[in-house]
Write a protein that binds this ligand. Structure first.
Ligand SMILES: CC(C)(COP(=O)(O)OP(=O)(O)OC[C@H]1O[C@@H](n2cnc3c(N)ncnc32)[C@H](O)[C@@H]1OP(=O)(O)O)[C@@H](O)C(=O)NCCC(=O)NCCS
Length: 273
């Protein structure tokens, strides 16, 4: 049975993501519930949260599907498909124009069968305790991030002010910004997460990332990048990151490619876009 998720389900939801070895924390689930109070669902079986799906809407332009998880012992019974169909139908009813997600190898066949098409690769890169270079820090750090919609739009093509503000306010989150962009970092289960990042140019992106990495020297970081959008892979390499996992960004219907991105950006999380 599929039903709406509430905060009471968070312990069960944590068991779901732990079974898949993902990086989200309890605070990430809470953020999803705040961002999408009517867009998080649980598949309940035998009194357990056996599956989940979330759909974070950015107005009616886009809904981002995430946390598609089924407990290993309940897989291959059609639960994943039912959850996806449920989320798709809910978004269709509201008139959402496009759905998108970052697909793992396990999830991609399911999404292909439901009309999603490949857009571009997205990769998780990891920094394993290498100290970032010393920086002359001219960025501001703190929580009162100044959000510039025009600049941020290059990342997802939508206004994600609400998401960025929510992410910056998470416990343990940090922000760096200046007139050329912003970057956030937040705690994760296995590694601290660097992103989203939006900057006008590589120099600004480097400055912002270095300011955040320098605050947690020696800690493990994850950074999710779209490697076809040069030169973000080059930046990640020079910061000491190495590729860890490959996923595919998919959408339904296919995204229209009207404008080329003008700067450099990274994801907010596979479950957020
Ligand atoms: C991806 C995932 C959510 C799929 O969940 P699921 O409940 O197993 O999905 P379904 O049962 O709907 O479909 C999976 C497969 O089982 C098959 N299947 C469905 N019902 C079946 C049944 N009764 N008997 C046998 N096979 C069945 C489907 O045809 C599908 O086959 P395919 O992969 O060859 O196309 C699950 O594997 C998972 O949690 N993986 C780890 C996390 C992850 O990667 N999530 C995706 C994030 S993008």
């Amino acid at each position: 049975m599929i039903r709406p998720m509430t905060s009471v389900d968070i312990p069960g939801a944590m068991r779901l993501k732990e079974a898949a070895g993902w990086n989200q924390t309890q605070a990430d689930w809470e953020l999803l519930l705040r961002m999408a109070p009517d867009g998080c669902w649980i598949y309940e079986a035998d009194g357990l949260a056996a599956g989940s799906v979330t759909a974070v809407r950015y107005g009616l332009d886009l809904a981002w599907i995430g946390m598609v998880l089924v407990l290993p012992e309940y897989r291959r019974r059609g639960i994943g498909r039912q959850l996806l169909l449920h989320a798709i139908e809910a978004c269709d009813r509201l008139g959402v124009r496009r759905l998108a997600l970052d697909a793992t190898e396990m999830g991609r066949p399911l999404y292909l069968s439901l009309g999603f098409v490949d857009e571009e690769p997205i990769e998780r890169w990891a920094l394993d305790g290498l100290a970032p270079p010393n920086v002359a820090d001219r960025t501001s750090t703190g929580l009162e991030l100044r959000y510039e919609e025009g600049l941020d739009r290059q990342a997802l093509g939508v206004d994600r002010r609400r998401l960025v503000e929510e992410l910056a306010a998470l416990p343990g989150a940090e922000a760096a910004w200046d007139s050329d962009g912003y970057a956030l970092s937040r705690p994760g289960y296995q590694a601290r997460y660097l992103g989203p990042l939006t900057a006008r140019n590589v120099a600004a992106a480097r400055r912002l990332c270095e300011a955040l990495l320098a605050k947690h020297r020696g800690e493990r970081f994850f950074f999710d990048i779209l490697p076809m959008r040069d030169p973000v892979a080059e930046l990640a390499t020079s910061l000491g990151f190495r590729p860890l996992r490959k996923l595919v960004r998919m959408s339904r219907p296919a995204a229209s490619r009207s404008t080329a991105p003008v700067g450099i950006c990274s994801a907010a999380g596979f479950e957020l876009g």
